[in-house]
Ligand binder design. Structure first.
Ligand code: SF4
Length: 220
């Protein structure tokens, strides 16, 4: 009886940092109105440049049904589930949230670092942004077959990104390159070189619109 109670989707909660409506600012869905669910908690090593440090610690425990209702009420067709690292909560409730959102006909897109294994049963679109820290990529190789698209925030380490793409056998059409910087002026300064890199390698270029226009403001 107790086990049945624990397995009920109705009783599951997610650890949530924030839910808000905005526009997807980067990557393959850039420019689309979207509802964002930012889940709490990430995986070490944490990135010193992280612009979502407020998602590292515990957030609010919110029932899955309530998260789904809030997202539906925001009214966008696209739902971006991000973090932190959202797949930490797959088995504890995110799987049920995905079910509910897909049944309502919404498009679900995930943002993951690839530091944890993307569950094989995920049906939404997986966008992976691998992290290079302390001289190496912190990335689970199996994710190269599980993620749909990859995006890299780059300052000048073009060779590092090229090496990763080659080693993982990623087609250029799965790769988005974005300029580093949590202020618009930093991004603009780097963009011409990143543009040229994308032209040369046939990668997709993406600005990061939210930081280009709003710097490091939260909830946009
Ligand atoms: S993986 Fe993402 S959320 Fe986690 S510390 Fe790095 S940039 Fe921040």
């Amino acid at each position: 009886m107790r086990e049945k109670h624990q397995d009920s989707p109705r009783d599951r909660t997610l650890d949530v940092t924030e839910i808000f409506a905005s526009i997807q600012g980067e990557g393959p869905f850039m420019g689309r109105p979207a509802s964002f669910v930012r889940l709490s908690g990430c995986v070490e090593p944490l990135c010193p440049w992280c612009d979502t440090k407020h998602a590292w610690g515990p957030g609010d425990a919110i029932p899955v049904n309530q998260v789904a209702d809030t997202v539906r009420n925001l009214g966008n067709d696209l739902v971006v589930i991000t973090g932190g690292e959202p797949f930490l909560q797959w088995a504890s409730g995110l799987n049920h949230l995905e079910d509910q959102l897909l049944k309502k006909g919404l498009t679900v897109q995930y943002e993951t670092s690839g530091k944890v294994l993307i569950p094989a049963e995920v049906k939404g679109v997986k966008v992976c942004s691998p992290k290079h820290l302390d001289g190496r990529w912190h990335y689970i190789q199996k994710n190269s077959n599980r993620a749909d698209y990859f995006k890299f925030v780059v300052k000048d380490d073009f060779k590092g990104v090229e090496g990763f793409v080659k080693d993982q056998g990623l087609g250029a059409n799965r790769v988005w390159i974005m300029p580093l910087g949590d202020h618009g002026e930093d991004q603009l300064a780097l963009s011409p070189d990143i543009w040229a890199f994308c032209v040369k390698k046939r990668f997709n270029f993406s600005p990061r619109l939210h930081t280009l226009f709003f710097n490091n403001k939260q909830g946009v």
